[in-house]
Design a protein around this ligand. Structure first.
Ligand code: DC
Length: 221
């Protein structure tokens, strides 16, 4: 059993990052840190304010928010200003605004600082868009997880349907394409594979295959 390592998983929406990260965290008794949930929490707070969404409104929301992530028993519970919003942050609307708030330097600096603090004790698996390139460049294992757009849209669709949302795969495909483009093209800490990250295409791989590959890399690193 490996102890104390840091695993960074980056990749586009729907690549399977959170699914595999949760399983690996459970197997290694590591803490799973879902950084996307943090950007989603900022987006949720901004939406709830019911104001026109502008950069100053986003900065103000991020500045004054108390964000708490509690990872327990395979579930990341998300709290903003004391309110639990674990399920509320998974809607397509929050996904879209999360990508918008993620462009803003103030938001990224605040969340990056928090993410680095959360990783200081090691035994951590963190997923996101800029973990290997920016948040934890000294991570022991760096993975860039991806899959075809059709497969990623199919997975996202299934996930949302299982939660009771009525969604159309074409719409989801458009939505994640747009979001990935925005995440890849932003100026600060864009979504990009780190030079030293291992590229894993999960299109035709089972969850087990992907998990075992990352476990092998971790144990042998
Ligand atoms: O992984 P996710 O779909 O929950 O992430 C939601 C959005 O948050 C994503 O479109 C971009 C942003 N994000 C980011 O910019 N950096 C991260 N480390 C994680 C997420």
């Amino acid at each position: 059993m490996s102890k104390g390592k840091i695993i960074a998983i980056d990749g586009p929406a729907g690549a399977g990052k959170s699914t595999v990260s949760k399983i690996i965290a459970e197997k290694l008794k590591y803490t799973y840190i879902d950084t996307g949930a943090m950007y989603r929490a900022v987006a949720y707070k901004v939406i709830k304010q019911n104001k026109k969404i502008t950069t100053p409104v986003i900065i103000e929301a991020a500045e004054n928010m108390e964000l708490d992530l509690r990872y327990d028993d395979g579930i990341t519970k998300v709290f903003v200003d004391g309110e639990e919003i674990t399920n509320e942050i998974r809607t397509p609307e929050v996904s879209k605004i999360a990508s918008d708030v993620a462009k803003i330097g103030f938001v990224r600096e605040k969340l990056t600082e928090l993410q680095r603090k959360m990783a200081t004790r090691g035994s951590v698996i963190m997923d996101g868009r800029d973990i290997a390139t920016h948040v934890l460049p000294n991570a022991n294992i760096k993975i860039f997880l991806t899959a075809s757009i059709e497969e990623r849209a199919r997975r996202r669709c299934e996930e949302l349907k299982s939660k009771g949302y009525n969604v159309d795969q074409n719409e989801i495909s458009k939505e994640i394409n747009l979001r990935d483009k925005q995440d890849m093209e932003r100026e600060i800490a864009p979504l990009i594979k780190a030079d030293d990250a291992i590229l894993l295409d999960t299109t035709n791989k089972s969850i087990d295959e992907v998990v075992n590959k990352i476990l092998d890399l971790t144990i042998n690193s």
